[in-house]
Design a protein around this ligand. Sequence first.
Ligand code: BGC
Length: 757
Amino acid sequence: MSKKILFILSVLVIGSMIFSACTPKTEPVEEPGDDVVEPTTELAVGIVLPTKDEPRWIQDQTRFQDKLSEAGYDVEILFSQADPSQEKANVETLITKGVQVIILCPHDSAAAAASAEAARTAGVTMISYDRLITDTEAVDYYVTFDSVAVGEAQAQYLVDKAEGEANPLYLFAGAATDNNAFLFFEGAWNVLQPKVADGTFYIVNSDKAVGLQDKAELTRDEMGEIIGQITTNWDFDDAKSLAEANLTATAAEDKGDVFILAPNDGTARAIADAFGVDTDVSSFVVTGQDAEIASVQYIIDGKQSMTVLKDVRNLVDDAIALAVSVVEGKSVETTGEYDNGVIMVPAKQSDVITVDQGNVQEAIIDSGYWPASEFTGVDEAVVEEEPEPEEFIFGLLMVGPYNDKGWSQAHYEAGLYVEENVPGTEMIYIDTVNTADRPGTTASQLAEELVQQGAQMVIFNSDDMKADAVEFTENNPDIYVIHASGDSVWADGENYVALDNMVNVMGEMEYGKMMAGCDAALHTQSGSIGYLGPLINEETRRLVAAAQLGAEYCWENYLEKDPADLNFKVTWIGFWFNIPGFTEDPTQVANEFINTGYDVIISGIDTTEALVEARKATSEGTTVYAIPYDFVGACDEAPDVCLGTPYFNWGPAYVRHIGAALDGTWESVFEWLPPDWEDINNMDTTAVGFVSGPGMFPEMEPFLQLFIDELAGGLNLWTGPLNFQDGTEFLADGETATDVEIWYMPQLLEGIEGRSE
Ligand code: BGC
């Protein structure tokens, strides 16, 4: 026997089982506000649904009727029109009519307790349908969909569509009187909360939700507080007004490409209509549930993104089967239980399916849920599905922790920027890649590990990884490699190796360090600037030299002070960040500076100890300022003592090279990228920038700006006469340095105290 025939037969059997207990009826039954129907039998079962004003419940009515009329029977279905007293009256009507079972979907979960108790007193079995009747022990069974899974499916859809970071998220919920609204929200929160915590989304329209965004699990009261702010009451008009009010209260920068958790189809359409006419909203992804015909059409038309199909035919089958078992006195099969606040209610639960343009044909039409004739444009919609962008995984190897507020974090943020700006890209990464933290493991081995995980490109982020980067690039000619800070493929450089699959990128941080040096000179009261240096190599020498050149220039030209009165000293710790037992302790080095009268510390390391110690000293009465390094947000650690930050902005270069790998225009190049002199802080264009810190004296701001303008205008501080630290000549009078001479500076410059090697 085919499955289909078996299914039809079982419906017929169910139908006849219910109504075998029925006797002919004399009076016609009137549905409130509806046409008179002519039932042929007395009812053993009655059904009460919440409202006719939502297509969802008309669906349930139709599906009940379909199932029952197939068997040639009629059953009374009453609607409560969102009114608990009407609901109670309906239950009482059914009791009076002698039903043995009532299938009730409550409008208000708690208020329906009274109806359930009335049924219990009359010896009538109460089946809670779709929504749980709460706060009473008088509920016998519950048939439902997996409502937590509904919320999870909605949220997962938003997560899957979001790219990069800081996507505006708007939350809406069902009615607080409906227990399901809590389950949907709980499911959504399960999936969204971690994605708010990791920065993928930020919540725009609920300060209660923002206040609780660090909590993975919410109590019912906490959910209640949030739902109180974002409820639609399951009402289209309320949903629309709330969406409009939210949009009015929201600045344009929190619009753009937005993500909307809408609790069901009716409210989704209303909310989508509101967002659709806001000119600051460029695109939106909006969820729903119920597979209402109007929303399926919205999905086909691209006006609603998804719905969750809760196949009401299954719920109806379950409810009827349960009712039949009760009427027949048979044992009842349930699959779980739900806490209604007083008892655990035995329950039967159905699964749900996510539907969007990609599977609407199969899930809705081919499955027979709704006929194709209900819709227009189905074929076009299916064809219009955007092709998935090509997937490209890039692996990032970071020398320090990904959240070091310094060098490594600047790379990590650039990776996120790539994910946001190049469709189809995904970052994977390994951090703290250095021999002290991972003895016995090389960067090249870790790069191989990233390839195992699917990386088509590997970015090495440290000068320290040069040999490994070259070895890996040679061994993996099919993998693209970016070595940030390296010079291996610089044809003019001293370490040239021809490697078609490698690119070198470095920001011209010498400019950033000149600004840092200038900033330090403008603020030092003691005339002593300390430079907290990492390890000694070509890169770090030229950066220290640049900082001293900037300091001296501003000291002399803007403050008109004698260069002989400016002390500039570097102390090296031995690596890019503190590794106890391996490096000098940067905290201690910072304090040595402070204790010997240095009142501005420029950090050359990847972490923020200089800033932290400056704050500590200042709060203890010795005013000290610091200038951190690398990462645009570094000042945040101690804003008051922060004079500014020179930072790297790798994102635009990575986007360019990954774009080239994807479109076939990849070329092996060495790039040493200056700031975008039009706007050194334009994050979409600049490679290096300088942000002033809150600690800067307002009267010094114009001098620093003047210096930046002079550099932008072509001021070249790498101009002779300049001597090396040991007094030998670097540049003769009027001579300017070449890139090669700057890159490979063998010594610090005259006037700098501290070791050159
Ligand atoms: C139902 C949803 C429905 C909503 C509004 C919920 O309890 O489970 O399917 O969209 O109520 O009526």
